[in-house]
Design a protein. Structure first.
Length: 491
């Protein structure tokens, strides 16, 4: 069986996708910022007809076409659109792969007869793209380079054995070479692909590099070029259509529990856990409600995930009833099996559930945890990080200085008598010292310019008072000052 490859080119993919979401008439372009200026990224037909082109500065474009409408380009959405088209293109062949940022290549060997022939396959493909609002040009040839060149120069079919006859009159830029190389070849009079086949190869390789000859050989079929189709990312989603609409929270939760069992079974078979789960509730009037739940750590326990959905489901307006549910794990992570009865794992699950409940109510960025930092300065000996994105890190064990449970900026003491203070006033209250432990001398870190520590070393004391509070006090002995300060409270 002869090898046949299909190349699909989307000349206006980004603008077509943007206009599908928010239609607009007249000249339109997406812009990208580069070198402190806005440039045109992708244009629709009307903008191209007005004399604009990609890469043109936006200021120049508006001078040429004052009616031009623009939007910022979204490269992430553009990539997702191309990935969606890649999955769709698998209807024409089992192996579909991306070809740059605006094209696809599909191995259609043995497939065209199912559509009535190669020309009919191309007509079907371009008609379907046109109906969805995405412009496309396509071509079929026995080589990837040949199909790529023909798709960008009119499209069509190159019959077996007709590569040189069809590709020969095309410009050398159709070989997928760098624009600078194509321009240099043109200056030498080598304008067409067939011109390269009539000159010695060695001088070409020495002057323009081996890549030029590689692209030429790939286009003409003397060098094999594979179609490397990317593997499909696993999709963790389940759905259920109901024969009769439901509206009670208890009924929705009952269906959700069944879906969660199926979803968690799929996650377990792939040794994955969910970090975010989305529930879509389809109403009978074809509208939908969405409930999103985030998880503090990857899990696949149906009961624990179900409890997090209860509040969101209870707030959903069911309208005239819900007749369909879709449950999807929108974010997943590898999760190895855990031993049943593991006490540490069970304690970690309880903490994760608490973080998940608070995070879904207040936002996960509002839930912080402490982690140790490599500094002896009290204020810099720890950092706060989002609890959902950072694993717990234990503080160093063994012999280490005791630190108060609460730290605050240094507050001056008044009416101090003694060293350490036997009596003092703090926050308008008088205190009498029962026991004092210290001093613990802490030297400022010379590599950090902290204004609070410019006075030099500090001598810290742990002071127990007869009034109850156990305070962390300090003074700076080298300054000659007798002033004392409070900076923390112990349990």
């Amino acid at each position: 069986m002869a090898r046949r490859l299909l190349s699909i080119w989307f000349p206006r993919l980004a603008s077509d996708v943007s206009l599908r979401i928010r239609p607009l008439d007249g000249p339109f372009a997406l812009t990208l910022r580069a070198s402190n200026a806005e440039h045109l990224h992708c244009l629709n037909k009307a903008a191209t007809a007005a004399g604009l082109h990609p890469g043109m500065p936006l200021a120049d474009a508006r001078a040429v076409c004052p009616a031009l409408s623009t939007r910022p380009a979204d490269l992430i959405r553009e990539g997702r659109a191309l990935e969606g088209l890649r999955r769709w293109a698998s209807r024409y062949g089992p192996h579909a792969a991306k070809d740059g940022t605006d094209g696809l290549v599909v191995d259609v060997s043995g497939v065209p007869h199912l559509f009535g022939g190669e020309a009919e396959l191309l007509a079907d493909l371009e008609a379907r793209c046109e109906r969805t609002g995405v412009g496309a040009k396509s071509a079929i040839a026995e080589t990837r380079g040949g199909a790529w060149a023909l798709a960008r120069h009119g499209g069509g079919v190159i019959p077996e054995g007709g590569l040189l006859a069809r590709l020969g009159p095309m410009p050398v830029s159709a070989l997928r070479i760098e624009p600078a190389v194509a321009e240099a070849l043109t200056r030498l009079g080598l304008n067409r692909i067939v011109d390269l086949t009539n000159v010695p190869r060695a001088p070409l390789a020495r002057r323009f590099g081996a890549d030029l000859l590689l692209r030429l050989d790939q286009a003409l079929g003397t060098q094999v070029e594979p179609v490397a189709a990317g593997s499909e990312a696993p999709h963790f989603g389940v759905r259920m259509t109901l024969p009769d609409p439901i509206g009670l929270t208890a009924d929705v939760m009952g269906v959700l529990d069944r879906l969660l069992v199926r979803l968690c079974d799929r996650l377990a078979s792939a040794r994955m856990g969910a970090r975010a789960v989305r529930l879509e509730l389809q109403r009978v009037d074809r509208s939908a409600a969405v409930v999103d739940v985030g998880l503090a750590r990857a899990m696949r326990d149906p009961a624990r995930i179900s409890a997090l959905f209860l509040k969101g489901v209870d707030e959903v307006d069911s309208g005239f009833g819900i007749d369909g549910l879709r449950l999807t794990a929108t974010m997943t992570e590898p999760l190895a099996p855990e031993q049943i009865g593991n006490t540490e794992a069970r304690a970690g699950d309880e903490l994760s559930d608490l973080i998940s409940r608070i995070g879904n109510r207040l936002g996960f960025d509002a839930v912080q945890r402490f982690q140790p930092a490599s500094s002896r300065i009290p204020e810099r000996s720890f950092v706060t990080v989002p609890a959902v994105s950072a694993p717990p890190v234990p503080f160093p064990q063994g012999r280490r200085p005791r630190r108060p449970i609460t730290l605050f900026p240094a507050e001056p003491l008044t009416q101090v008598s003694g060293n350490p203070p036997a009596r003092f006033s703090w926050r308008r209250m008088g205190f009498t010292t029962l026991r004092a432990h210290g001093p613990e001398r802490i030297t400022p870190e010379w590599w950090c310019d902290d204004p609070a520590w410019r006075s030099g070393v500090r001598d810290y004391w742990r002071v127990e008072t007869s009034e109850g509070p156990r305070l962390w006090l300090f003074r700076t002995p080298q300054s000659g000052s007798r002033d004392w300060y409070a900076q923390g409270v112990f349990l």
